[in-house]
Ligand binder design. Sequence first.
Ligand SMILES: [Zn+2]
Length: 236
Amino acid sequence: MSVASALFFESAADIFRRVHREIKPRTPVPPVSVEYKAFANADSHVRLQHGHIQVRLTDLLAVAPAPVTEALAHILLGKLYRLAASAQHEQRYKLYLNRKDIRQAIDDIRRTRGRKHHLPPKGEVHDLERIFDEVNEAHFGGMMARPDLGWSHIRSRTRLGHFDPSHGMIIISRIFDDPRAPRLALEYVMFHEMLHLHYPVSHSGTRRCVHSREFKLHEKQFPGFEDAKKLLRKMW
Ligand SMILES: [Zn+2]
């Protein structure tokens, strides 16, 4: 932060204009508007339209310290002009988003603003609650509390399942709600997502570890591990 900005209050738009002068010293600063929006995630957007820079930031950042807004200005204006932001700015912004209270706030808005994008657990062919109970019995001694379960709307072949920590929910691709889909493959995908419940994602600094070593070792204990993987490859 420059000395001047420490002496008087700078609005977010002021910060963007200052950063613009820093990274494009020979370009006159175009009109800049910054709006805070109630997005369902932590995304921020920038665009140049009719010679006007429009910045839309998640309202989570409305109370961010000025150096964080400044770091984001470097990142967003860098994107606009295809100039890489410095590692220092990337790092400062990421650390802020990764702060415990901010992560909590992001989870909260995802849960309350994010629309529900799933179908009930009882599908046309399979009932996810029954699959969950069976896998729970067979692999976790029946000890795992059943989270909300649902089928995805989209028959995704790339996202077979996911655990959504903000809704505490396992969502399985509807591609498995089909008599031709091998049950072992579905059980394996359920097992994988249940492991996500068992091994919560750990955060350290800016690193986010989803499939830890313990997770992977445990996953290999699934009796049909190799067969299930083969079946999944064969399905498409
Ligand atoms: Zn996973």
